[in-house]
Design a binder for this molecule. Structure first.
Ligand code: FE2
Ligand code: FE2
Length: 267
């Protein structure tokens, strides 16, 4: 079976209401206006959508950060580009990134929930996560590791409930390949250097990966793509940012042997 994985398009725009200057949104808007706007090209996301529609994988995975400050207009901009994919018969899996869960402002939270419902094409809604989907013989464990944080940090947390869900689904007879879908990477090589940007609470999940109980993690958040995998292709795959690096990953999975092959695409 074939998976196409992309992440972090980071659509953005101006502040959408005056309250945005009093919560964290001004940080995202500032970053977008002076930095991201010049680094992220949403036309690459449109090219990615065309590529996916042409190659027709068994499933497409988006590991979050659709937006810069989680505002409804930013979601609308990106969802419009993703519309042909969303309306196709190719199953899509989406989990929100920290920029999609930027603030607690109700209209932003509602827009994020609506994005999950739309992109998941009726398979799940925000409140159903963590959830398990079996698509083309592969078990996908979809978790949300993102939540609003303070002005200076973009850290994520794998809460007890998600940890329990992953460990329960990684025990017992291991027949179908198990793939964890998370915005944040599970592995962290520079835990102190990246303390403001990293995930916390994933220790037992890393052990499950080491034991071979969890086959693969698909993540984003880090904008440069990378593969941290063993010779049979198990481990962690970060798609990088589709709009800044034009990166995307095509993954072929042998469902009987539970092995993976990766092909990194630059658009
Ligand atoms: Fe990102
Ligand atoms: Fe992120």
């Amino acid at each position: 079976m074939k998976i196409v994985h992309f992440s972090d398009p980071h659509g953005g725009g101006p502040a959408e209401d005056w309250m945005a200057y009093f919560d964290k949104r001004w940080v995202g808007v500032f970053n977008y206006t002076f930095r991201r706007k010049f680094r992220h090209d949403l036309s690459k996301l449109a090219t990615a959508v065309e590529y996916i529609l042409d190659t027709r994988p068994d499933v497409a995975v988006c590991t979050g950060d659709l937006t810069s400050a989680g505002q409804p207009g930013e979601f609308a901009k990106v969802l419009k580009i993703l519309e042909p994919l969303k309306n196709s018969d190719i199953p899509l899996i989406y989990t929100p990134g920290n920029h999609d869960c930027y603030v607690r402002r109700p209209k932003c939270v509602e827009a994020m929930h609506a994005a999950v419902a739309e992109l998941a094409q009726g398979k799940y809604v925000y409140g159903d996560m963590p959830c398990k989907l079996n698509i083309a013989g592969v078990d996908f464990l979809v978790v949300n590791t993102s939540a609003p944080s303070n002005l200076l940090c973009s850290w994520g947390f794998l809460r007890k409930q998600e940890e329990k869900f992953i460990l329960e689904n990684c025990s017992g007879e291991h027949i179908a390949p198990r793939i964890l879908i998370s915005h944040y990477p599970m592995t962290e090589e520079h835990p102190l250097l990246r303390i403001r940007h990293r995930l916390f609470g994933q220790k037992k999940v890393l052990q499950a990966m080491k034991n071979g109980d969890l086959d693969l993690v698909l993540c984003g958040h880090v904008h440069k793509p990378y593969l941290k995998i063993t010779s049979d292709g198990r481990g962690e795959c970060c798609a990088g940012s589709v709009s800044s690096n034009g990166s995307m990953v095509e993954i072929s999975c042998n469902t009987e042997k539970r092995t993976f092959e990766f092909h990194t695409i630059t658009l």
